[in-house]
Design a protein around this ligand. Structure first.
Ligand code: GCU
Length: 413
């Protein structure tokens, strides 16, 4: 007996390398018109804009730029926090002229500094107050699915302080001379399918518009847009060196970090941790999470047009190696975990391998090597860094230590 529902029709998740379909990746160095790109200038002026616009219209959706009314307000400052090692600031970024809609950046700056510092910037899942044990951080207001719609009561009450501290080694970053800026993603757009009613989307609807058009921003593009608005603020903060900001994210926020860096060249470096499908993993491998599954489980993440490629990856005009390539010549770190097969570690690695020719156009080494390296043996030499960590889906101190080593090479003076 066949059950006729979308999930039942989904093929079983493939974790067998021998079942990966034969595929041909689109060539980042051939334009739509068939012209070969052989120099960095043609890449930058012709091919990159063309690819970026394909990702916009077919995958993540177009976002508005910087709104005219965008403005900032420092809500709090504490110069002696984290054992006097850091200064903490909380900044409201108001999305329009009014003060009604805003996100709050939580920013830590090392007190031991002689100059403006490089910063890691990333979204958090559970609220700014959950990232470390600092009792004075303002609690983020949880924006989760309402209980009547199947959301959970426990989560609606908010997460406890420091609940996500294992994912945010603030002290280690401070000790290494880095600032950290983070934002609760729910301040930008809640992470459930609300018909795009409760986040930033409605602020930018045209007269009569009630939802994004099929080529307009989904939630990932909205989160990435929020990261660019955070960058707008960081450019004004004299303790931050805005030319040395690394955008980072785990999992769905890893997808977001890559897209943010692709769209916004002000980000000097990008870090994707376990970003998987719609992040660093090649869609055409159909290993672990697939386009069909991600579109059915998270219908709000991508733009409407991305549904065309559910079960139809071969028709995609792009693949995720080209997302990495859009970040060239800036450094990118792709981190995977060996047990996180859902995110397809090998597919993430291969995206780095196939983005490498674009780095080479700039005379840079991309990802060194073409065979999946051993577990826990980071590859830090080129402009695409990579590791497969032992263990499962998570972002750990081990991961961050590699990101800092990589950043030391590329962002330290
Ligand atoms: C789910 C989803 C992934 C995503 C992950 C996460 O597993 O299928 O695409 O990366 O959640 O964000 O943790």
């Amino acid at each position: 007996l066949t059950l006729f529902c979308a999930r039942a029709q989904m093929p079983a998740t493939n974790y067998d390398e021998s079942q990966v379909p034969a595929y041909t990746l689109p060539d980042p160095l051939t334009t739509i018109a068939g012209k070969k790109v052989t120099d960095a200038e043609t890449w930058t002026s012709e091919r990159r804009p063309e690819l970026l616009s394909l990702f916009e219209s077919e995958v993540y959706g177009k976002a508005p730029g910087r709104p005219e009314g965008l403005h900032f307000e420092v809500l709090s400052e504490d110069r002696y926090t984290l054992g006097n090692m850091a200064t903490r600031r909380e900044i409201a970024v108001y999305f329009t002229e009014s003060d009604a809609h805003f996100m709050t950046i939580l920013l830590y700056i090392p007190n031991k500094r002689t100059d403006a510092v490089p910063v890691f910037l990333g979204l958090n899942f559970k609220g700014n107050h959950t990232i470390c044990d600092d009792p004075l951080v303002t609690e983020s207001v949880s924006r989760i699915k309402p209980r009547e719609e199947g959301g959970s009561e426990v989560r609606a009450k908010g997460f406890p302080r420091a609940a996500a501290a294992s994912r945010w080694p603030v002290e280690m970053l401070i000790a290494n001379g880095y600032g950290l800026a983070t934002i609760y993603r729910g301040d930008i757009d809640p992470d459930y399918d609300d018909g795009f009613q409760n986040g930033v989307h409605p602020l930018f609807y045209r007269e009569g518009q009630t939802k994004p058009a099929p080529d307009e921003w989904g939630t990932i593009a909205a989160w990435a847009w929020g990261l660019s608005r955070a960058m707008d603020y960081l450019e004004t903060d004299e303790d931050v060196d805005a030319s040395r900001v690394a955008v980072i994210g785990h999992s769905r926020h890893g997808k977001t970090a890559l897209w943010a860096a692709a769209v916004d060249p002000r980000f000097a470096m990008a870090v994707s941790n376990d970003s998987g499908c719609g992040g660093a993993a090649l869609s055409r491998r159909c290993y672990g999470e697939t386009v069909a599954r991600i579109n059915s489980l998270f219908p709000h993440w991508f733009c409407g047009n991305f549904n065309r490629y559910s079960g139809n990856e071969a028709a995609l005009p792009v693949d995720q190696h080209e997302l990495i390539a859009l970040i060239a010549p800036r450094p990118v770190y792709i981190a995977s975990a060996v047990e996180d097969r859902w995110a397809d570690p090998k597919g993430e690695f291969l995206a780095g391998v196939h983005a490498t020719p674009v780095y080479e156009l700039f005379g840079l080494e991309g990802l060194s090597g073409t065979e999946l390296p051993q577990t826990d043996a980071p590859v830090l030499s080129g402009h695409i860094g990579h590791h497969v960590r032992s263990g499962d889906h998570d972002i750990t101190l081990y991961d961050w230590r590699q990101f800092v080593k990589f950043a030391d090479k590329h962002l330290k003076r």
